[in-house]
Design a protein around this ligand. Structure first.
Ligand code: SF4
Ligand code: MG
Length: 328
């Protein structure tokens, strides 16, 4: 069967200018990403801030145009669709942003905010709008009487529930959540994660979770793709990637999660500038296992279900190397 979403060789650069408008090169935000997301699957894209994961999410939804590569949704190449066909597809693909304060219009009541996509995509006749809004609010755990309220009267968690109801209104097949709980109080995060995971299961949604939070990822992902400086360095079943990581970067990310048992040195150094990424393996400036080949030759992502882009191909030394072997 055709995957719901298929990315092939996607690349996107953004020009960078200094304060005087002089070109300073380009950030290769996404650099050759291929991925498939099956119907009903939850794929998490993880990595540090600046790794390109948000850009990748926007490319998936055709909110920005790739420099090269293709995005296929249910088999259709989005770049070849007419504007009309693309608008119809929009109904099937929704985005939930990190910041529920920014994503809701302060001049719209909750009812208006949730009804807008119903009207735009002609989901129900006007006479049934109010009832459908009440249903959608119930589905995200909000009482129907809240429909008349304004976003400023709501907590962050409630606002994110409204944003989720709004995303569900068009009856999408695919939802992309870009750090959907990271702006919320820690006490509220788990509730919203549980809500998302119930909705994914009950509605058979396909969900792409963009997150730096491996706790959230562990809770809902079926598959995990790890990004570093615009490239996927590891991907596979969530269980395998999160318990037996093959890439030194993934291992370091997991080691940074409190309470996680992985034995690895904490990740050393800063992410290199994406304007001038290191040659060879982009992780070599921070990798405790780097060898000469890593500085010159790009490791390709293997074709196995649990894939890795590393010259060691998962054969990592079992324990952390001594400080004399740390890169730098
Ligand atoms: Fe480290 Fe080399 Fe593997 Fe890159 S290819 S992650 S530098 S061992
Ligand atoms: Mg981001």
């Amino acid at each position: 069967t055709v995957p719901l979403l298929q990315l092939d060789g996607l690349a996107k650069k953004f020009p960078v200018r200094d304060a005087l408008g002089r070109s300073k090169g380009a950030v290769h935000a996404v650099d050759g990403v291929s991925l498939a997301v099956g119907q009903g699957e939850v794929l998490a894209i993880v990595g540090e801030s600046g790794c390109g994961k948000s850009t990748l999410g926007r490319l998936m939804l055709n909110l920005i145009t790739p420099d090269s590569g293709t995005v296929r949704f249910a088999g259709d190449d989005l770049a070849t669709l007419s504007p009309k066909a693309l608008r119809a597809k929009r109904r099937d693909m929704q985005l939930i942003f990190q910041d529920p304060f920014a994503s809701l219009d302060p001049r719209m009541t909750v009812e208006q905010a949730v009804a807008e996509p119903l009207r735009l995509h002609r989901i129900v006749p006007r006479s049934q709008e109010r009832a459908r809004v009440a249903e959608l609010l119930a589905r995200v755990g909000l009482r129907p009487e809240l429909a008349r309220r304004w976003p400023h009267e709501f907590s962050g968690g409630q606002r994110q529930r409204v944003a989720i109801a709004r995303a569900l209104a068009s009856e999408p097949k695919l939802i992309i959540g870009d750090e959907p709980v990271s702006a919320l109080d820690v006490s509220v995060q788990a509730q919203v994660v549980n809500l998302l995971s119930d909705l994914i299961r009950d509605l058979g949604l396909t969900f792409v979770l963009i997150s730096h939070d491996l706790g959230v990822v562990r809770h809902i992902a079926d598959r995990v793709a790890v990004m570093y400086l615009g490239r996927i360095v590891e991907q596979g079943p969530a269980e395998d990637v999160l318990t037996a990581p093959k890439h030194p970067y993934t291992r370091a990310l997991l080691a940074a999660v409190p309470g996680h048992g992985a034995k690895a040195p904490p990740i050393e150094g800063d992410v290199p500038s994406p304007i001038a990424p290191p040659p060879g393996c982009r992780f070599h400036t921070r990798c405790p296992f780097a060898e000469d080949i890593c500085r010159t030759t790009v490791p390709e992502l293997t074709a196995r279900p649990h894939a890795v882009a590393c010259h060691l191909d998962g054969r990592l030394p079992p324990t952390a190397p001594g400080p004399d072997r740390l890169a730098g």
